[in-house]
Write a protein that binds this ligand. Sequence first.
Ligand code: AHR
Length: 340
Amino acid sequence: MKVLKVVSYVALLMVMVASLVACAAPATPAPAAEAPKAEAPAAAAPAAAKEITYKDMTMCYPQLGAESDWRTANTASFKETAEKLGVKLIFSDAQQKQENQISAMRSCIQQGVSIIALPPVVEDGWDAVLQEAKDAGIPVIIVDRSVKADPSLYAAHIGSNMVIEGEKAGTEMNKLLPDGGKIVELSGTTGSGAATGRAEGFRKTLAKNIEIIDSQTGNFTRAEGKPVMEAFLKKYGSEIKGAFIHNDDMAIGAIEAMKAAGLKPGDIKIVSVDGTRGGFQAMADGWIQVDVECNPLLGPQTMELALNILNGKPYDRETLTKEDVYYADKAAELLPGRKY
Ligand code: AHR
């Protein structure tokens, strides 16, 4: 009986071991001919570097302010483009203060954004924060106005050539005042690339018989443009034959002052910059004679540029936007088609 018991235990044990081995055994390998052909080389090859898409991108946009219709259009262009492409946009409004832009950039650096697009309120004073972004491996695209900083501290600039805008304005003023005369200048924000560039370009092309008798800043706003023109009118009266005004918002403020002083459209020939709907309306009404375009719709190009930079693709360090010059006689016709 005992012998029988041992034999049956051994038999049981053998059955158990056999079934355990069967469970643990690898599945019979598929015949080579049946293996999925595309997978083997793919698994063997090193993983290809994954391209960054718009949806992977976090862009920091420390906007400089909301001083003008141009700026409103520029903000909308960035927000709408980000929404459309799926880019995460970290937006802030620095209220025309450089220190606010710098702290917004520092916060973006801390958050580890993919890229910073900076529209600098003024040209100087960016080196430290640009160096911080560089040290953190975050590329910076300078948007709209220029900076005076070592070019190695930023990846690219996209926007307008403000000197060329000023040159165009000077050429147009010459045509408006062929016999020369005294003019005033309402300048943009002091120290901004837009103001210094436009002032420089304007003086380059202005005819010798035209004299700039005064130049004051209106900080690119309607509210500050109006009192500047009031003061000019008080001081120089009918001596003023023309005005170079660095943007449409200041021109609209200046026109209010001119109306209040009893002037008529065309009494002072105005060359303005931007080409906003407000500027076009003032041209249609006869107050502005020429508007030199400055394009604020930079969102799509900036985001495409950012993607190329992040993916290590070749890109242009300097991208200038296409801009035209508009005249009063066509303003009413073109106004409905203006995008900003
Ligand atoms: O830098 C662009 C300028 O800034 C625009 O001409 C002006 O309207 C804006 O405030």
